[in-house]
Design a protein around this ligand. Structure first.
Ligand SMILES: Cc1cc2nc3c(=O)[nH]c(=O)nc-3n(C[C@H](O)[C@H](O)[C@H](O)COP(=O)(O)O)c2cc1C
Length: 177
């Protein structure tokens, strides 16, 4: 049961990182940081219609290996009520599966969202976008962590979100057992 976390936050000690680190304390995971990976966004050149992406970078390596994972956790702060642009740029490279019509095996997934909460009070738009991005990897979303008032309650003090995270950790451990 291999687990991959795709992280859309640039902040190494931020709110999203808090949840990611909690998971990593309990479960062995690979982590891809969209902000620190070296990759180009999909340019819709359509080479992948014939099976091959023109790029050879960290995103190529990530998606070449995607079938080795059983569980994918996507984590991001809200930026303008959406997951971060860097996360979306990274996920744009999943066009290779869409255009290449490659059938991926089904995986389970989870979504972690953090938001400052000063302007946006719900994460529905971002969740929908993240579900669509995960759908491109044939991931069925089983659970959520939402910490949406981090300007007032940082993730590490958000007990409700920590409870949601603990349920997910248990869920993954049970799947691994
Ligand atoms: C460019 C930018 C846009 C943001 N837009 C939103 C937003 O639309 N809604 C919201 O609740 N928080 C917004 N925030 C606040 C972050 O989502 C919040 O601080 C989050 O907890 C940061 O997570 P991190 O510490 O893991 O990076 C924004 C922050 C930045 C830098």
């Amino acid at each position: 049961m291999a687990v991959l976390i795709i992280n859309g936050s640039p902040r190494k000690d931020g709110n999203t990182a808090f949840f990611i680190n909690r998971i990593r304390e309990e479960i062995p995971c690979d982590v891809t940081d969209a902000y620190y990976a070296d990759f180009r966004a999909c340019g819709d050149c359509r080479s992948c219609v014939n099976g091959a992406c023109v790029h050879n970078d960290d995103a190529s390596r990530l998606f070449e290996n995607i079938e080795s994972y059983d569980t994918i956790i996507m984590a991001s702060p809200l930026y303008f009520n959406q997951p971060t642009g860097m996360l979306m740029a990274l996920m744009s490279r999943t066009q290779i599966f869409f255009n290449g019509k490659k059938k991926l095996r089904e995986k389970t997934g989870y979504i972690i969202l953090t938001g400052g909460g000063d302007t946006v009070i719900n994460s529905a738009d971002a969740e929908k976008t993240m579900r669509i991005m995960l759908m491109g990897l044939n991931v069925k979303v089983k659970g959520y962590v939402r910490s949406l008032r981090t300007s007032h309650i940082p993730a590490e003090k958000d007990n409700e979100a920590i409870k949601q995270l603990e349920r997910i950790i248990e869920d993954i451990k049970n799947d691994r057992a």
